[in-house]
Design a protein around this ligand. Structure first.
Ligand SMILES: [Mn+2]
Length: 393
């Protein structure tokens, strides 16, 4: 199950619509980065490049061109096979594969780039994605190309990517659903093995083993397995503590499928049973999540949903005698209620206020973090906004 050629072609066409006449857009997959000596960090493709091509290899360049009449063409540049290198790192993508995956007909080798770009009349505007990390920004040693790039107006593609990626197609929603299905299955297997004395990293390792065993690419992000008061640190990933009977453990985890992320949080008792206070707090989080899922619908503003979450927590905690002494609920709940989910766990979103619309995939993740009770509870699910409300994925 991969995204279809048609998906990528349509996204390129959509992006091209937004480009000025007499322009080119350069989108680069990224380069390997050295970690130390001759070891590299694992390669991770620029997600915008992947979105437009389906290709996840380093050193591939996509060029979209629009001429002065508004006619659009596309070219892909791959690295030529290096037989010596292949012995160490395996085969690179070839022309036929690149064409099959992306649906782009014109595939060239990187060394042909300056010739190919120059052939197209000198563009007035060159588009780049200004927001990519350094190793995913396109650089060239070619003098002709450098000269060409220097004398053009530069424009940013990033706002277009944000606008496109925030709305998911049914095909993308299926991927995220699949990622969540694998996340759920692996979580259940792992949770069934949990017992006091197990280390947090054992849980995380078992989860990773299970998602890969189920056919996922791997993890969407570093697993959080935070027991006891570790769970009050939102992005706790060291996972080095030993779990204790009587404590809760918070898991925030996700599988990745064809680039798409699952993102689920569950909080469970290490010994299988909650104390009265733990249960009271857990029930509050669960009921707040339920009300929020009902409130996620087209037209709902994320800022208002955040306020609603705080109001619900304030009310429910005060009734249960769990309000902080200051009375300010933000001492116990100190993050956003949700974020867009997709190729990135915190997926691209247009700047400013986010108002929900059909096709958006969002997390719903209320949480309570109470130091003096040595607990953090988060319950997180992912939803797709539909025409009337939302569907839990
Ligand atoms: Mn999460």
């Amino acid at each position: 199950m991969a995204l279809s050629q048609i998906f990528h072609s349509e996204k390129r066409k959509y992006l091209a619509e937004a480009l000025d006449n007499n322009s080119i857009a350069i989108i680069y997959s990224g380069r390997q980065i050295a970690m130390s000596a001759d070891a590299n960090y694992p390669f991770y493709t620029n997600n915008n490049f992947y979105y437009l091509t389906g290709i996840s290899e380093p050193e591939v360049v996509l060029i979209l061109m629009k001429n002065s009449q508004g006619l659009f063409s596309e070219k892909l540049f791959i690295e030529e096979a290096d037989l010596e290198k292949e012995k160490w790192v395996g085969k690179k993508i070839n022309r036929t594969q690149a064409k099959d995956i992306s649906g782009i007909n014109e595939i060239f080798y990187s060394k042909e780039m300056s010739k190919e770009i120059k052939c197209s009349k000198k563009p007035g505007v060159i588009y780049f994605d200004f927001m990519v990390p350094k190793h995913q920004s396109f650089k060239t040693e070619d003098d002709d190309l450098k000269c060409l790039l220097k004398n053009c107006v530069l424009k940013d593609l990033h706002p277009q990517f944000s606008k496109m990626r925030i709305i998911k197609t049914p095909e993308e929603v299926r991927m995220i659903k699949k990622a969540n299905a694998l996340t759920k299955k692996a979580f259940r297997t792992m949770a069934s093995e949990l017992k006091p004395g197990m280390f947090e990293y054992e849980c995380a390792a078992l989860f990773e083993y299970c998602v890969k065993n189920e056919g996922a690419d791997g993890l969407a992000f570093e697993t959080i397995a935070a027991s006891g008061k570790n769970a009050t640190t939102l992005h706790y990933v060291s996972n080095r503590s030993k779990t204790k009977s009587g404590e809760l453990i918070l898991f925030d985890l996700g599988a990745r499928v064809q680039g798409y992320c699952g993102d689920i949080s569950r909080t469970i008792p290490v010994n299988g049973e909650m104390t009265g206070t733990q249960e009271k707090a857990w029930n509050i989080v669960a009921s707040v999540q339920k009300e929020l899922i009902n409130a996620y619908k087209p037209g709902a503003d994320m800022k208002d949903l955040q306020e609603l979450t705080k109001a619900l927590f304030s009310d429910k905690c005060s009734k249960a005698g769990l309000l902080p002494k200051s009375g300010d609920i933000s001492e116990f709940y100190y993050h956003g209620i949700g974020h867009p989910l997709g190729l990135d766990t915190h997926d691209l979103r247009p700047e400013g206020d986010l108002v929900l619309a059909p096709g958006m995939v969002m997390t719903v993740e209320p949480g309570l973090y109470i130091n003096e009770l040595r607990l953090g509870i988060r319950i997180e699910d992912d939803v797709v906004i539909t025409s009337k409300g939302c569907e839990v994925l």
